[in-house]
Ligand binder design. Sequence first.
Ligand code: TRP
Ligand code: ZN
Length: 468
Amino acid sequence: MNTRSRVRTGALAVALALLAAACTSGGVAGGVRGKPGAAGLRDPYFPKLGNGGYDVTHYALTLSYDPADGRLDGRAEITAKATQDLSAFNLDLAGLTVRRATVDGDTAAVNRAGNELTLRPRAEIADGHEFRAVITYDGEPQTITDADGSEEGWLKTADGALALGEPTGSMAWFPGNHHPSDKASYDITVTVPAGLKALSNGVLTAEKKEKDGRVTATWHTPEPMASYLAMLAIGKYDTSTATVFGKVPVLTAADPRIATETAALRARIPEILDWEKENFGPYPFSAAGAIVEPDDDVGYALETQTRPVFPLGSFDTGTVVHELAHQWYGDSVSPASWKDMWLNESFATYAEWLYEEDFEHTPAQRSFEKAFANQGAWAFPPAEPPTPQDLFGTPVYQRGAMVLHRIRQTVGDEKFFEILAGWPEKYRHSTADTEDFTRYVESVAGRDLSGLWDVWLYGDGKPEKITD
Ligand code: TRP
Ligand code: ZN
């Protein structure tokens, strides 16, 4: 909830005005005007996720982890811009112990309630001011179990840990504005015991050996990233490198026990990305790759930015096509809220259909008919999952892809492929919602498509005919 400006009257107002006038250390000029930033962004599924009153531009995370005791030591340096006069602001953080917080170098008062961390800086932050918050913290990061039973956040593995954050798990390993609408660049520095590797998103910019034998890796993500796409993979890994598009480094990694059996498909990532670029337009990031884990480590694949993570059992061509397609749809163009999740999964699923059409003699029309016949796809409209546990439901994927195929049937291939590449071009490195999408498609189609949206995107149940 957004807190309304307090109305101060009488003696209190006079006292506050005098206090403000006496205060020389950078408060809001002219008196106490600031109010606390909202504790949540009112996401329809996770109302407390994210926080109001500021926009993060950069996260610099300095972490160390020891799998032997499961403890994480962290320092998060958050550069943000105030979007209102702020007397206090919140960050999302689950578990862990906050040791100290500063804002622009001065100690800030810290309060914790549930997953909300409140920092009250010594001086108020003026609207438009860029500030730097530094939070030091430690503890054993927790695994978060979602409404649908899947596990995210911090996942311990046989030789290390995996940090995965869709939709809410990133608050288990660093404090932040954990809603996809507030994207930022990242520098992630991780120190781990000798013999282990620490992998993350983006480009490896530094690697060094500490005096005590531990190793430190620094990863740089210059493009905006939603926090749910930030990732850490700590453990023993075999890695391979390649280049795609003549310039983008590709780094793949796999647990040594499965390195050989995953090598061939890992080596195909450049060619799959080349095919996706032909269909989806320029690749949006300056790094690429994949991380493959034993099945015990994680139960699903995730499109973590630049470097998706796969369990061995899902490391197949279709899922690789899917997670790499998310780099355009979901990662570069992120959902404005979790209600817009279908915009991620519809395109990633359709990418699989297209790949099968091009390489596996299965026209997308046949995939469409198969999806239409799947009763599970009709449980709810893709743009309106009834509860958080439906965010990953079959309709989001299959019926979402059917919406795209209906667009293709309606506007024809030429305009459809213009939409496939034009959508991620228009909202590159940004966020978009369902109405942005329908408006965009209608602008390319040159006509109103409300009949299509009413039936396929928003309608309850299955249409009578596949052509409705
Ligand atoms: N978003 C992932 C994908 O489709 C899948 C995923 C992530 C998932 N977390 C999940 C699926 C939890 C089911 C449950 O690429
Ligand atoms: Zn997906």
